[in-house]
Design a protein around this ligand. Structure first.
Ligand SMILES: C[S@@+](CC[C@H](N)C(=O)[O-])C[C@H]1O[C@@H](n2cnc3c(N)ncnc32)[C@H](O)[C@@H]1O
Length: 285
């Protein structure tokens, strides 16, 4: 039997001038000076979203493309028949923006929307939803234990994967919750060029962090957003990550406007044939 790859996490590494992630300014950044809240570590991200929940919808409403881009990623799943008879997963649903996008793409589907942050989920649950939509509080790493077992006929994970302490292990487990052949859309920031890195830096420090503070958000969370995107995969690396987690080769589909080259839909599927994918080392034990 072929040796299975060990799941890897995103990690900081020694600067490498050939690695696009090492281009541009690095911590400590002059813009960090004076920020009141420390940026959270990945394991603390759901708790940070608890604190940010009250301001989250106001903040994303100030981003003109936010909801349209989520809808674009959900449409890219190409779910048949308005989703009739399908059970879909929105992993890292937050206040429900991605859930609404999934519902727009598949208005007749049953949707299970999961998030680890009680504060974000409370905001989501307070909105009007059809009875086919249910919200579950769970860590993405512990879905089965929370009774989220699938099989799902499609899944959307928007702005989640970058925040996971062990993205490979979680993606491998997610693959197992999908029905064979089911599509997955990972909607995520991934910087692949010096231009994208420069635009990201500029937009974060001129718009996102100040707006986060102005609208009553958690400045530490938005500083974390800036840094986590800088340190996360390039598009090619995220495609490779999905593939080594046993998904079919992924495609990075672009977003329009200033987010071109910055945000993408990473579209893939669980292989249709059992045994076609590469299982993680943890499952071999
Ligand atoms: C940036 S928000 C995105 C929310 C929503 N998908 C959207 O597009 O607006 C990321 C969400 O992922 C959740 N999250 C982060 N790490 C998580 C984990 N390990 N398990 C479950 N949810 C997590 C956070 O609580 C937060 O609500």
């Amino acid at each position: 039997m072929a040796k299975r790859p060990t799941p890897t996490t995103t990690r900081r590494h020694a600067p490498d001038p050939r690695d696009p992630r090492d281009a541009g300014p690095r911590d400590p950044d002059p813009h960090d000076a004076g920020l009141p809240a420390p940026a959270p570590a990945r394991a603390d991200v759901p708790a940070a979203f608890d604190r940010a929940a009250a301001a989250y919808d106001r903040l994303v409403a100030a981003n003109p493309g936010y909801h349209a881009q989520l809808r674009r990623s959900a449409r890219r799943l190409r779910l048949p028949g308005d989703g009739a008879g399908l059970h879909l997963l929105d992993l890292g649903c937050g206040t429900g923006a991605s859930t609404a996008a999934l519902l727009a793409a598949a208005p007749r589907a049953r949707i299970t929307a999961v998030d680890a942050s009680a504060g974000m989920l409370a905001r989501a649950r307070a909105k009007p939803w059809p009875a086919r939509v249910r919200f579950v509080r769970a860590h993405a790493e512990e879905l089965r234990a929370a009774g989220v077992t699938g099989p799902f006929d499609g899944a959307l994970a928007a702005y989640l994967v970058r925040n996971l302490p062990d993205p490979d292990a979680t993606l491998c487990a997610l693959r197992e919750l999908l029905a064979p052949g089911a599509p997955l859309a990972v909607h995520e920031y991934a910087l692949g060029s010096p231009r994208a890195r420069a635009v990201w830096h500029l937009v974060c420090w001129s718009v996102i962090v100040p707006a986060g503070r102005l609208l009553g958000g958690d400045a530490g969370l938005y500083r974390y957003l800036w840094r986590s995107v800088r340190e996360f995969d390039t598009p090619a690396q995220l495609c490779a990550r999905l593939e080594r987690c046993g998904f079919q080769p992924a495609r990075a589909l672009p977003m329009p406007g200033w987010q071109r080259g910055i945000a993408h839909t990473f579209l893939t599927r669980r292989p249709a044939e059992p045994g076609h994918g590469v299982a993680p080392a943890t499952e071999a034990a």
